[in-house]
Design a protein. Structure first.
Length: 110
């Protein structure tokens, strides 16, 4: 019997869905909930925001470089490239702002 890519993807998706259902069904005992260290929330917020800012800056740099390269090769395409570039940069920045919001929510949990 030959396993196709679609069958392997379906089995992986089914396994993932079943495993997460079991994980979400577990409850946390009060002893474990009190033993949580609030410093982990601050660390998670800082690392998450750092990764998001790094990724956002990398994405914005690549998008701007590609747009400027396209404009340099064809100056007549300035109008066609500028607006999508600005929209793309705004969307990239919104993802970083969402990360900031999540980091602030984690930090508020302290």
């Amino acid at each position: 019997m030959k396993i196709t890519k679609q069958m392997a993807a379906a089995v992986a998706a089914l396994f993932t869905l079943l495993a997460t259902a079991v994980a979400h069904a577990q409850t946390v005992s009060p002893e474990i909930a009190r033993a949580e260290n609030p410093r982990w929330y601050a660390l998670a917020a800082a690392i998450g925001l750092g990764i998001a800012a790094f990724g956002g800056a990398l994405g914005q740099g690549r998008a701007a470089a590609a747009a400027l390269d396209g404009i340099a090769r064809n100056p007549g395409a300035n109008d066609k490239l500028f607006t999508p570039m600005i929209i793309g940069l705004a969307l990239i920045e919104s993802l970083v702002i969402y990360s900031l919001l999540i980091a602030l929510l984690l930090y508020a949990k302290l």
